[in-house]
Design a binder for this molecule. Sequence first.
Ligand code: FES
Ligand code: FES
Length: 214
Amino acid sequence: MEKQNNCQVDLQDHDIQDSSRRSFLKQSGLITAVALTPATALKAADEHIDEKLAGALEKMPLRMEVNGKPYKLSVEPRSTLLDILREQLDLTGTKKGCDHGQCGACTIHVDGTRVNSCLTLGVMVNGKKVTTIEGLAKGDDLHPMQEAFLKHDGFQCGYCTPGQIMSAVACIKEGHANSEGEIREYMSGNICRCGAYPNIVNAILEVKNGGQAV
Ligand code: FES
Ligand code: FES
């Protein structure tokens, strides 16, 4: 009887080993099959996946006002506001720096609040008012912040400047420009690789103090 039990145990062990061997062979066969699949077949499968993805990314309607003009657009749900402004509306004043929310070059205003447009999906601003650097001047009259940046040399290469100016305008409006230290803190999301920070701070202080030179 004991012998029979041992036999049963042996048989079970054998079954387990056999089944794991079978599953190993199945898996390794699958890997080998994929490895041996001709490149053309894999490409076709890839294209099929692309088609499916494209179907899943159906365009969505987007209505928004940009710099006082109403727009009615059709956008992919994954499109950022930055890409929509630059590529669909040709408003290239807003710059793409890091595209990851770390440099501030893409700063714009949405309903009067500063946001990083690279971190904002277009569909999130449906029905809202957007202001970009192109919408700051009134015709030929520059915004006081633009004038102050010119006066104080608040830039060198100028790449970060649209974002700096949009942030600077918001910084004063938020009430966060009461001292050099406060300005530096609340402008810290806007990086300037040229290091024009002291002049940027002077420009902001001048506008905050009603146009008095500092
Ligand atoms: Fe948006 Fe850098 S491009 S934060
Ligand atoms: Fe060149 Fe700021 S002026 S990055």
